[in-house]
Design a binder for this molecule. Structure first.
Ligand code: SF4
Length: 235
């Protein structure tokens, strides 16, 4: 598996380039809020909602103290305003109750496995969100798995799993060093633009010669959609 991941990463970099990262990485709490906002919407809408919140409130303590309805108003562009504002309030309240602040410094002394366990102990934080904190905030070499990675990795044949969290644990048992960010980001791009759920375009896929999917589609048009915006590298 390790060799295949390295080979896929090389091909994706050749196709899409090396994804850029911000010079200053976001704080874990910023990443947690960003991923709550990103559920069931596109990255541009969740980014706007995130920016609205940051512009309206000067810190997460203010958000914690604000009325839920006011938070909902700021984030409505991302959809599911009631659910997301409730999730944000619940998370901030729980952090305040359990550790007394929103810094999450505790994870700095934990290894990856225990960081995931610690973060997922908070209500509303799943494995994907926790692993995004590790990769995007703490620069750990872990590869979060969303629906795009889960679908493409199963099609390619690297894993045979029934859910994204299972794929996450499978591929992160021994992930090749230093490539988690480029692999994760470029594979999302492949999943959004080429290896889409339907009408996937094997005729223009850079992984076609190493993909074991037995229902490849060579009949679709060759035009790819515009390059997708990546929320978690812009928080
Ligand atoms: S060859 Fe087709 S099925 Fe395989 S990864 Fe590429 S687009 Fe997806």
């Amino acid at each position: 598996m390790k060799k295949k991941i390295i080979a896929i990463n090389k091909k994706l970099i050749k196709q899409f380039g090396t994804p850029q990262r911000p010079k200053i990485l976001p704080k874990p709490i910023d990443m947690l809020i960003g991923t709550i906002l990103s559920q069931n919407t596109n990255d541009r809408n969740s980014y706007h909602a995130y920016k609205n919140l940051k512009e309206k409130y000067s810190n997460w303590d203010e958000v914690n103290k604000a009325k839920r309805t006011l938070i909902e108003k700021e984030i409505k562009v991302a959809g599911l305003g009631f659910q997301k504002s409730t999730a944000i309030k619940n998370l901030l309240k729980e952090l305040e109750k359990q550790i007394g602040n929103f810094e999450l410094k505790e994870i700095n002394s934990l290894d990856n496995e225990n960081s995931i366990k610690y973060l997922t102990s908070f209500k509303g934080v799943g494995v994907k969100t926790a692993s995004c904190v590790l990769l995007f905030s703490l620069d750990k070499n872990v590869c979060p798995v969303d629906t795009h990675l889960h679908r493409t990795l199963n099609r390619i044949g690297i894993v045979k799993t029934s859910a994204p969290d299972k794929t996450y644990f499978e591929i992160n048992k021994d992930f090749p060093p230093k490539i988690a960010h480029s692999f994760h980001t470029n594979l999302i791009r492949l999943g959004r633009e080429i290896c889409t759920p339907k009408n996937y375009k094997c005729n223009i896929c850079p992984l076609v010669d190493i993909c074991n999917f037995d229902s490849k589609n060579f009949t679709e048009i060759t035009k790819t959609s515009e390059r997708s915006f990546m929320l978690l590298d812009n928080i």
